[in-house]
Design a protein around this ligand. Structure first.
Ligand SMILES: Nc1nc2c(ncn2[C@@H]2O[C@H](COP(=O)(O)O[C@H]3[C@@H](O)[C@H](n4cnc5c(=O)[nH]c(N)nc54)O[C@@H]3COP(=O)(O)O)[C@@H](O)[C@H]2O)c(=O)[nH]1
Length: 528
């Protein structure tokens, strides 16, 4: 049932693994399409405002050139100047003198005909009079924009500023004035209310109904250029992008799902692999020295199990001990570890009765019937004494007070030493520990790491040391990596240390070689 649930969960994860990158690809396509079309619309709005600026500037320049003729605005000299302006300008169709609401003379008709303008549509804040759709007899089908500054005016094609985006006729364009609620010129449907969305900004892009709208403010005149693209532009681009991104997302999703399935299979297969490792005797041991902090002598070692897979890969215990514990394999594993310790160290222990081997004992071992007998039998084979072994059990292994008292008592009576491992990471109380028969307390690496760092846990090591002293326990500090830590611990009365400062885990052959080397060096050291 549990396995089915795990398989279902894995399958769901694998499906999510495919779905998630596809969803991300679609989201990304939409995001990129919106960004690109916003830039597209803004490009048109900027173009419109640029043309409006240039037109306005040309009109202002023309009017300034005509200013000297104000006294006789329709005289030949003035008309000649008007014609020159007309011919030399790209945006201006004609210029003329304005009197009231008509033009008595102009570059296009001279004084031959007065052009009637009617009242202007509006007067801007800077005093320009503006006619947005004037009609003239010289081109009756067309509508013209007339801009008057002072006494003279320019006649312009109404659509001139919008002469952009020709290949995209469904793009709406406009020049919107800030002083009048209608466009000066427009192509397609535009809403003058869009100007309000600009606020104090120079440019803005937003969606309004079915349109993507860009507005760009002129820095010369009180107008803004507007471009509005139909939203299907965004959808079209998004679909085109999705055609490229979704297959990539799909490929990534399939890879991710395959990786999830592979890891899940591996995870489900791990208990079998650990079982096989035990059957094929693929476990081996390394030994890390435990050092007397006062003398530097090695008082013993801790046996640490490793798994060499048939591929040669070495697997560390953090990965497979929990699997062995969860799958009722740990008791078998501990027995193999004991057998291995027996083969590796038996010969040495026979000759060195004071040397200690620390062995990790799992909670299940502690509760397993026959555990004590198996230990005795193993020691017998080793030719060693019970005092050669330190059984390291975590606080978790001592949770059941009845079993903990019984087993610890039986082991102590036989002469085994007992250590509480990783101390400080569990919840043992002082009174509970007092009721057990223990020899050593191993201070967890996390508290040693904190020494001298000022971290909140840096104070805890002092409390642990006081507690161990109150209980009459000898202490082994785990994970000592620096001289400063070792000095601190020594000063606090901690007797033993274990850690990379003294030696990494190594083969027992290497342990013996190093011990002999130190023994040889000691007399020299003493005399020198
Ligand atoms: N039930 C069993 N548990 C076992 C057995 N063998 C090991 N273990 C437990 O696995 C955990 C990881 O062990 P390992 O990867 O071997 O790491 C040990 C040391 O290498 C490491 N260490 C020692 N000194 C230092 C140091 O200075 N710095 C540093 N970063 N790491 C260091 O600490 C581990 C020893 O921990 P402990 O046992 O708590 O003393 C670990 O929990 C083992 O207990 C087994 O046979 N059975």
């Amino acid at each position: 049932m549990q396995k089915t649930a795990v398989m279902l969960l894995t399958l769901l994860l694998a499906l999510a693994g495919i779905g998630l990158p596809i969803w991300l690809a679609i989201e990304e396509s939409e995001r990129q399409a919106f960004k690109a079309e916003s830039a597209h619309a803004l490009g048109y709005a900027r173009d419109v405002v640029l043309r409006a600026n240039e037109t306005g500037q040309q009109v202002q320049a023309a009017v300034e050139r005509l200013a000297p003729y104000t006294a006789a605005p329709c005289a030949q000299a003035s008309l000649d100047e008007m014609r020159e302006i007309d011919l030399g300008s790209t945006y201006i169709q004609a210029v003329g003198y304005v009197q009231g609401d008509s033009m008595p003379c102009s570059s296009i008709l001279g004084t031959a005909r007065r052009l009637d303008l009617g009242p202007p549509d509006y007067v801007s804040a800077d005093g320009a009079r503006i006619w947005r759709a004037a009609r003239f007899p010289f081109a009756p089908q067309e509508r013209f924009l007339v801009l008057q500054y002072g006494r003279f005016a320019a006649i312009l094609h109404a659509q001139l500023a919008l002469d952009t985006a020709k290949s995209e006729p469904d793009v709406a364009l406009a020049v919107l004035p800030f002083d009048f609620p209608q466009p000066i010129s427009a192509r397609g449907a535009v809403d003058p209310a869009w100007l309000a969305r600009l606020g104090k900004a120079r440019e803005a892009v937003f969606v309004d109904g079915e349109q993507l709208v860009a507005v760009a403010r002129s820095d010369r005149f009180r107008v803004a250029g507007v471009a509005a693209l139909p939203l299907h532009y965004v959808q079209g681009r998004s679909e085109a992008l999705a055609m490229r991104l979704v297959p990539a997302g799909l490929a990534a999703g399939v890879m991710l799902s395959l990786a999830i399935l592979y890891l899940a299979r591996l995870q489900m297969a791990l208990p079998y692999a650990v079982k096989n490792a035990l059957r094929r005797h693929e476990l081996f041991l390394e030994y890390q020295p435990v050092v007397d902090l006062a003398t530097g002598a090695w008082m013993g070692v801790e046996a640490l199990v490793r798994w060499r897979r048939p591929t040669g890969e070495i697997v560390m215990p953090d990965l497979f001990i929990p699997i062995a514990e969860q799958n009722a394999l740990i008791v078998r594993l501990t027995r193999q570890v004991l057998d291995r310790v027996c083969r590796d160290t038996g010969f040495y222990l026979e000759m060195h009765p004071d040397f200690h081997i620390g062995i990790n004992v799992a909670p299940a071992d502690f509760h397993s019937p026959g555990f004590v007998e198996h230990l005795e039998e193993t020691l017998g084979r080793m030719g060693a004494r019970p005092s050669n072994l330190i059984l390291e059990v975590t606080e978790r292994g001592l949770l059941d007070p009845v079993v903990a008292r019984q087993t610890s008592g039986a082991l102590r009576r036989l002469g085994f030493a007992l250590a509480i491992d990783d101390f400080g990471t569990g919840y043992s109380s002082l009174s509970y520990l007092e009721s057990l028969e223990l020899d050593f307390l191993k201070i967890d690496r996390s508290f040693i790491e904190a020494i001298g760092t000022g971290a909140p846990t840096s104070q805890v090591v002092g409390h642990i040391i006081r507690m161990a002293k109150d209980l009459g326990l000898r202490m082994i500090a785990e994970g000592v990596e620096s001289h400063a830590q070792a000095d601190f611990l020594r000063a606090q009365g901690v007797q033993y240390g274990q850690g990379w400062l003294f030696g990494r885990p190594m083969s027992f052959v290497e342990v013996v070689r190093r011990m002999e080397e130190m023994a040889r060096a000691q007399p020299l050291h003493a005399t020198g």
